[in-house]
Design a protein. Sequence first.
Length: 116
Amino acid sequence: MDVNAQAEAILAQMLATAKAQFGNAVRSSWFYTGDTCPGCGRRVDAVRFKGNRALSINGFIHRKPGVLIGYMLCHRCVQVVMEAGKKFPPVETPLHATIETNLINAYEHYRKSPDA
């Protein structure tokens, strides 16, 4: 199974979980396939996790249209997000806002495209 197929399968699982948790607030999903990280614009690459190379697949619920947006981050942005998540309570960083803004813009651009 290639990376895109694996990402789509993970997104399907995330959508099922989001629907179970949030009900009708989540109606669909979309995977951001841009070549760059939505946090910083660098190339998306593997991260080290528990001694292995891994891709960071994440989800964000764009509330207005009720869409779960799946996306991957570069290793640098993963580190920032993971460090913020270790705090108690977890901290939302300016990077989170940047990621959300870039994903919403990419989704809106996709919706207006003829391929949507």
